[in-house]
Design a binder for this molecule. Structure first.
Ligand SMILES: [Fe+2]
Ligand SMILES: [Fe+2]
Length: 140
């Protein structure tokens, strides 16, 4: 896959993840206000774990090699990407375990999900402003 295709593909996934995070925020809000039971939050969180884990795998297999191919600082950027993904995976696993153990979401889970959503949003924005910039990852 060419660098520009990789860039587009990753950005498209970011958009889908943003939509899902918006749904989770709204479900979290309804749950926190007591107007919904926890099943919706659990279901959406499960969906996020799947989508986000697949996203990390896609970036590891497509984006990291594209960064390495940039030469100069590319390998360093790829290594930083892998390191961030290891941390994100660990956070994700801890969150899944927390939700599975709890049975039903609690205020703590709502809070943790909220923090995770914010961190993912910030990370996607940071990627788009750095390694996913058109002038960084281009075909020529
Ligand atoms: Fe990433
Ligand atoms: Fe990403």
């Amino acid at each position: 896959m060419k660098p520009e295709e990789t860039r587009q593909r990753v950005i498209e996934e970011h958009e889908k993840i943003r939509e899902l995070l918006g749904e989770i925020d709204r479900a979290n809000e309804r749950f926190a206000q007591g107007s919904a039971d926890g099943s919706e939050v659990r279901e959406l969180a499960a969906g996020l774990f799947e989508v986000f884990a697949a996203h990390l795998a896609l970036e590891d297999s497509l984006l990291a090699p594209a960064l390495v191919a940039l030469g100069d600082g590319g390998p360093w950027l790829a290594e930083r990407l892998h390191r961030e993904h290891r941390e994100q995976r660990a956070t994700l696993i801890a969150l899944v375990e927390l939700i599975e153990q709890a049975g039903q979401p609690s205020a703590r889970i709502v809070d943790e999900l909220h923090k995770f959503s914010d961190a993912v949003r910030n990370d996607m924005q940071h990627e788009e402003e750095t390694i996913l910039r058109e002038d960084v990852l281009s075909d020529c």
